[in-house]
Design a protein around this ligand. Structure first.
Ligand code: GTP
Ligand code: MG
Length: 297
């Protein structure tokens, strides 16, 4: 998608600053390939390599990607895989694969920026994903870490997704500086969260070039409390499973049972915080309405 958008604006095929945010331009005749500098933005694109590290504990998924149209954008040094996946279990991803791959992950991301794209419903995206956020937080405390997290939908196909997403949210709160939360794509909504609350957090941008495949070019970033409803729904599905102790034994294989209670408490506090902000906003609106009524008289 980024390549399509770039090609729409840059028909000369030059390697410029904007493309260099997401790709290296390399001379692949050398082994290892030599990185070509951006220069004045009018040098041709030779061979593009994505500035990305692909992490999946199920190697089949990554292998499928390498057999597809985008395979040339990645090479074997950018992949971190295991064999069987995390079995839709946050604790397996976080407490088993996290320590196992921490050195490899830190070594590979050292040369890249930090934008984590992951799902919350399964075991690797949520468990190993939150472990990676912790690693980056410890290793590069001053560097911004962005994460785009895919929330499970209400009719999700992963039975343990309420556990996984809840454990992950617990970690994201302290380890991400800024987060974009993407509910399951079919709902088509986009939430943004900022860690420090900022009542003036509202920004609209009109882009000349719409995103590939989308006819519109307006981007709106708004600080709001809508996420609270989603968190309440998550809490409800978590409680439904937890009340009956469903699948708990898979988790306690890798973590203490006490984590369930700790995470419940943290999530409740987050929901309360958003509730407080929401009522502050309502009070403000009521106050403004009253002022308008008085002015009319
Ligand atoms: N919108 C959308 N959601 C997806 C897609 N693939 C997986 N999901 C959602 O992601 C969650 C499952 O996470 P996965 O990413 O498959 O799991 P994982 O992180 O690989 O973890 P393990 O397979 O347990 O190792 C569920 O909530 C799915 O609905 C996709 O292509 N699009
Ligand atoms: Mg998987």
């Amino acid at each position: 998608m980024a390549l399509k958008e770039h090609a729409a604006c840059n028909s000369n095929g030059w390697f410029d600053d904007s493309l260099s945010s997401y790709f290296h331009n390399v001379d692949a005749r050398f082994d290892p390939p030599i990185n070509l500098p951006v220069g004045d933005g009018t040098h041709p694109i030779f061979t593009l390599k994505a500035r990305a590290v692909l992490v999946d504990m199920e190697e089949g998924v990554v292998n499928q990607l390498l057999r597809g149209n985008l395979s040339e954008l990645f090479n074997s040094t950018q992949l971190i895989t295991d064999i069987s996946g995390s079995g839709n279990n946050w604790a397996h991803g976080h407490n088993f694969y996290g320590p196992k791959y921490s050195d490899t992950i830190i070594e590979k991301v050292r040369r890249e920026g930090f934008f984590l794209l992951h799902s919350l419903g399964g075991g690797t995206g949520s468990g190993l994903g939150s472990y990676i956020l912790e690693l980056l937080h410890d290793a590069y405390p001053k560097v911004f870490r962005f994460s785009a997290s895919l929330f499970p939908s209400t009719d999700d196909d992963v039975i343990t997704s309420p556990y996984n997403s809840r454990f992950e949210r617990n970690y994201y709160k302290s380890n991400t500086l800024s987060a974009f939360t993407l509910p399951h794509i079919k709902h088509g909504t986009f939430y943004t969260l900022k860690i420090h609350w900022n009542t003036g957090g509202f920004k609209v941008g009109v882009c000349r070039q719409p995103a590939s495949g989308i006819p519109l070019s307006l981007v709106c970033l708004a600080n709001n409390t809508c996420i609270r409803n989603r968190l309440l729904a998550m809490k409800h599905s978590f409680n439904m499973l937890f009340r009956k102790r469903v699948y708990i034994h898979h988790y306690t294989e890798y973590m203490d049972f006490g984590m369930f209670d700790v995470c419940s408490g943290i999530m409740d506090t987050l929901i309360e915080d958003y509730g407080t902000f929401e009522s502050m906003q309502h009070q403000k609106v009521r106050h403004l309405k009253l002022m308008c009524d008085l002015a009319k008289r």
